[in-house]
Design a protein around this ligand. Structure first.
Ligand code: NAD
Length: 484
């Protein structure tokens, strides 16, 4: 595809109570293409009146949806997944236009999004309770699983398909209604998703999609007693803020926050093959991935070969518009990421690091940044302490197992961690030792619809995906009865 021509983008509107609408007060913001900085469209902002309508609609939607059998709900959710698949090419283009990632990655994300929706269509049928033996003759003790109620969800801009799907389909699979505020920077993909749920026959009010000033919307929604659960994906500071607001109303919360994932490459791993896998993972979505491999600890014997190949791969990546066929890495999603990358590189240099390749913004139109590799990095530098969320990779030497585990576990993050080794004993030992919600040994694929996704420590709590993903939207009610 020729990236100089702009293909069709999504019509920007909100979805409240089964109706598409603009904002009640006429407020809006521009949505930009990060590859060109051109305006893709004007996104409406919800007024307080719009949010009240969304709350009321969600409360009504919940009453209808919870009474719909899990079997019927499953059929509707599955149809939404089918529609999302049928519209995949158009949605992938929308995703690249608003987020920047290369079209091939957008297509993979769209396929994964449909898989997630389909997973919850099935898993909703398995919200099993249990029978506990009673203490008296004829006594029945039942643990019944019920949907928690209306969910408020907030999603960021890095995975505009996968992240909203986890929340919308998870909530709907369990029988909940949802008000989702997707990212204002990448709204089109979630709008396209809401259209699929509407066309699949989800009753009015079960899925509501709003936009606005993030803190205004979350503060307003979380203050309402109608909302019983919050699910947030984003940064640790915002997660802590929202967790406090949730606590005010004793609302259940799922917090999927940041990570700074260590990758431990032991001496017995193949350094060249491992470097190729590691660099491929690092520069996916230009490094703007919460489970991105981002601190590369390499044992002494294989360090030189690993670093040389990693640098070679980084140098060979073609950066450009994600719609151009030969592009291997797209732009960063917004100007904040460029500023953050420049600051992180400058700080590493000030702390004595060597910039092996990259380190600079490319051009001055579009948010392009060079794939960057940094060595001899001081562990006190920002790059080693804070999630970079961009295409900057530090490669660090280590000597022993105990030393590297201590360094890998040394931050407040605990989302994903990776290790490469040919030894089964080392694989088991390192998987046991890492303080992390997910551990990948000899590969990086720790996110699938059927497995739990989430962190420990300040990376958050609660999980999405797997049976845990449905559990997040269910309560356990204890019912006990004896015969009269
Ligand atoms: P940010 O922390 O302000 O925003 C992150 C996301 O949270 C955005 O989508 C934003 O709209 C939303 N948000 C912010 N304040 C909110 C509030 N009060 N209520 C509800 N939603 C709110 O910063 P940013 O510049 O967008 O991203 C910066 C950092 O966020 C990154 O460096 C990265 O660490 C983190 N991040 C993490 C993820 C993830 O997948 N865990 C995704 C995006 C960003």
């Amino acid at each position: 595809m020729d990236g100089s021509r702009t293909p069709a983008y999504e019509k920007l509107e909100m979805f409240i109570g089964g109706q598409w609408c603009q904002g009640g007060e006429g407020k809006s913001e521009d949505v930009l293409n990060p590859a060109t900085e051109q305006v893709l469209g004007k996104l409406p902002h919800a007024s307080k009146g719009d949010l009240d309508r969304a709350l009321e609609a969600a409360a009504k939607g919940f009453e209808a949806w919870r009474k719909t059998s899990a079997y019927e709900r499953g059929k509707i959710i599955r149809k939404a997944a089918d529609l999302f698949r049928q519209r995949a090419d158009a949605i992938a283009t929308i995703l690249t236009l608003e987020q920047g990632k290369v079209l091939g990655e957008a297509k993979i994300e769209v396929a994964a999004t449909a898989d997630i929706i389909e997973w919850y269509a099935e898993e909703g049928k398995r919200a099993y309770g249990r029978i506990v033996p009673g203490r008296l003759p004829g006594m029945r003790q039942m643990v019944v699983r019920e949907p928690i109620g209306v969910v408020a969800a907030f999603t960021p801009w890095n995975f505009p398909g996968v992240t909203p799907a986890r929340k919308i389909a998870g909530a709907l699979g369990a029988g909940c209604a949802i008000i989702i505020k997707a990212s204002e920077e990448t709204p089109g993909t979630c709008i396209a998703m809401a259209r699929c749920f509407q066309d699949a026959g989800v009753p009015p009010g079960v899925v509501n999609l709003v936009f606005g000033v993030p803190n205004d919307v979350s503060t307003y929604l979380l203050a309402s007693p109608i909302v019983r659960k919050i699910s947030f994906t984003g940064s640790i500071p915002v997660g802590k803020h929202l967790a406090k607001l949730a606590a005010e109303g004793m609302k259940r919360a799922t917090m999927e926050l940041g990570g700074h994932s260590p990758v431990i490459v032991f001496d017995d791993a193949d350094p060249v093959k491992t470097a190729e896998i590691a660099a491929g993972g690092k520069y996916r979505n230009a490094g703007q991935v919460c489970i991105s491999p981002s601190r590369f600890f390499v044992q002494e014997k294989v360090y030189d070969k690993f670093a040389a190949r990693f640098i070679e791969v980084a140098k060979g990546l073609k950066v450009g518009n994600g719609l151009d066929a030969d592009t291997k890495m797209g732009p960063l999603a917004n100007m904040r990421r460029i500023n953050a990358m420049e600051a992180v590189v400058a700080d590493a240099q000030a702390n004595g690091a060597t910039i092996e390749t990259g380190g600079k913004r490319i051009g001055n139109q579009g948010y392009f940044f060079q794939p960057t590799v940094v060595t001899e990095v001081d562990e006190k530098s920002k790059l080693m302490r804070n999630e970079p969320f961009g295409p900057v990779a530090p490669i660090i030497r280590f000597k022993t197992f105990d030393e590297v585990v201590k360094r890998a576990n040394g931050l407040e993050y605990g989302l994903a961690a990776y290790a490469f080794t040919k030894s089964a004993a080392t694989a088991t030992a390192v998987a046991d030792a890492l303080e992390s919600g997910m551990v990948g040994v000899n590969h990086l694929m720790v996110s699938t619809p059927e497995t739990p996704f989430g962190g420990v420590k300040e990376s958050g709590y609660g999980q999405e995906g797997g049976i845990e993903g449905l559990d997040a939207y269910l309560i356990s009610k204890f019912v006990t009865q004896v015969g009269v």
